[in-house]
Every structure is written in C-alpha cells, then in structure tokens.
Write a protein that binds this ligand. Structure first.
Ligand SMILES: NC(=O)c1ccc[n+]([C@@H]2O[C@H](COP(=O)([O-])OP(=O)(O)OC[C@H]3O[C@@H](n4cnc5c(N)ncnc54)[C@H](OP(=O)(O)O)[C@@H]3O)[C@@H](O)[C@H]2O)c1
Length: 254
C-alpha cells in the first residue's frame, strides 16, 4: 500500500496527533463550539475553487447546491458555462485571480504540478483566506516521480502544500473520494460517509468541519498536516469509509 512508502511517525508526531485530536474533542464539547458554528457553519460563505475539473467541479457543485455563493475558476473560464449552469444559481465562473479574490474559503483542486505556480502567483491572497481546503494530490503517473519524491521529502502532501502556500490556513480533505461519488455520498441516508481531514489550524479545521457537515458528509480529523501524507489515493484511508472506520484506520497509521 502507498503508505508503506512513507517513514513511520516519530514520538513527537504521535504526541501531536493525540493532542490535536484531544484539542478538537475539547473544542467541540465546549460552548465555544456553538459560537464557532454560528460564525461559520450554516451561514453562506463565499467559496472560490482553483480547478474546476472533475473533482473541483463536483465539490463546487456540492457547496453551491448547499447555498454557498461559489466561483469556479479556469484559465479559460468561458469553458465553464455548462458546469455553472448545472451547479445552479449560486454558481459563477471566473479566472483564478477572480476566484481567489471572491472566496472567503478556497478549494485547491488542481494537478499537484500547478500548486507551486499558484503559490507564487496567489500565495499572499491565499494566506489571507480563512480556509484553503487542499484537495490536490501528488500522483506519480500524472505529476511525475520527481514531485512525488519532493512532497515525500517535505513530510508528505500536507506539509508540502504548506511549504508552497506559506501562511495559508490549510486543511487537507476530499483527497481520495471519487468525484463521481460525492453527490450520492452526501445524500446517503443513515450512517454518513466520513471525510478524513488533516490540519494544524484550529479555526480552519472548525470551519472546514462545519462546511463538510452541512453537505451531509461527516468530517473526521485524523491529525495535523503531517498526517496529510495519508490523505492521498492508495492509502488505507482512501475511498469511502464510515467515520468509525476512519478513526479505526487512522489509529493504526503510526
Ligand atoms: N478526480 C477525482 O475523483 C479526484 C478525487 C480526489 C482528489 N482529486 C485531486 O484533485 C486534483 C484535480 O483532479 P481532477 O481529477 O479534478 O483533475 P482535472 O479534471 O484534470 O481538472 C484539473 C483542473 O485543474 C486546473 N488547473 C490545471 N493547471 C492549473 C494551473 N496551473 N492553474 C490553475 N488551474 C489549473 C484545470 O483548469 P484549466 O481549465 O485552467 O485547465 C482544471 O480545472 C488532483 O490533484 C487530484 O489528485 C481528484
């Protein structure tokens, strides 16, 4: 499995993961959670997407259909007319610059080779956002071995993206759930489908969690951005799992 390629976590990382999980448990149990929910969850939030292909299109559509003003972006926004029409009245399209300016939250959903350039061109603006959800994965067959090795050398996809987007309030999420399954999973009755997330920024984690929960999916914090290395296709967390399964799998990822 792909996670075998990564080095095992050190004691410090394990401690950080435990503290991170504890912190979230405390946050969600406290009266402050209600305040945070009121500030973020439920109220429409402007969302911009960088990337509006298969996954960016599906995710943007999901959030637009849940009431959030949404701007998809492309280097050729004229090509997004069909997507905008199918996503409904909350959706529009623009350039990458326009979508970054538009969103309080930005979804980064591009081939990993594009992230460095996006960081150079839009890094300052992205650092000013409340939340950047990093959906992008370094994948050898698409992006090349070199960038995958580089990302692994940084500690995996989460820490690598943070290096490319310094100061951004990053949460990794939706990285290994297929674009074709998102809408159906979100509407599933009964036990929700879990979305494993990883991040180091408490406010960004809270906001990402409330946004995900609104869609009918269930966020499951698996740890800090260092754990983002497990949020890529080919690891045990990839695909569809219940929240309990995600917690159980994550507990084995040392
Ligand atoms: N497909 C899935 O089911 C899935 C699931 C989870 C995660 N992911 C991850 O999501 C990311 C996107 O995958 P995808 O399948 O959606 O790819 P895709 O269908 O090929 O779409 C890629 C998108 O990235 C944009 N893009 C490419 N280079 C760019 C650049 N330099 N600046 C700005 N935008 C750029 C493209 O916009 P233009 O119109 O400008 O070309 C396009 O909208 C990947 O990292 C993938 O691993 C995919």
């Amino acid at each position: 499995m792909a996670h075998d390629a990564f080095s095992p976590l050190g004691r410090r990382e394990v401690l950080e993961l435990a503290l991170s999980g504890l912190a979230l448990a405390v946050m969600t149990a406290s009266p402050f959670a209600a305040l945070a929910q009121a500030a973020g969850g439920g109220a429409p939030l402007k969302i911009g997407t960088i990337g509006a292909g298969r996954e960016g299109g599906a995710l943007g559509t999901l959030f637009a259909k849940h009431g959030h003003p949404l701007m998809f972006s492309s280097r050729n926004p004229d090509q997004l007319k069909e997507l905008v029409a199918s996503a409904g009245p909350n959706a529009q399209a623009g350039t990458v610059e326009q979508a970054v300016a538009f969103g309080d939250v930005v979804l980064l959903v591009v081939p990993y080779t594009a992230v460095e350039q996006i960081g150079k061109e839009h890094g300052n603006a992205l650092a000013s956002k409340r939340l950047v959800i990093d959906v992008s994965n370094p994948i050898a067959r698409r992006d090349g071995e070199e960038i995958v090795k580089w990302a692994n050398d940084q500690g995996g996809a989460g820490l690598a993206t943070q290096k490319l987007l310094p100061g951004a309030h990053l949460v990794r999420g939706f990285n290994a759930i297929g674009s074709g399954r998102l809408a159906e999973d979100a509407e599933r009755k009964g036990d929700p489908v879990g979305i494993p997330i990883a991040g180091d920024d408490k406010a960004a984690i809270e906001l990402a969690s409330s946004l995900i929960k609104e869609t009918g999916l269930e966020p499951v914090l698996i740890g800090g951005l260092a754990m983002g290395k497990y949020l890529v296709p080919g690891t045990p967390l990839a695909g569809e799992h219940s929240p309990a399964e995600i917690r159980q799998i994550a507990s084995t990822l040392k």
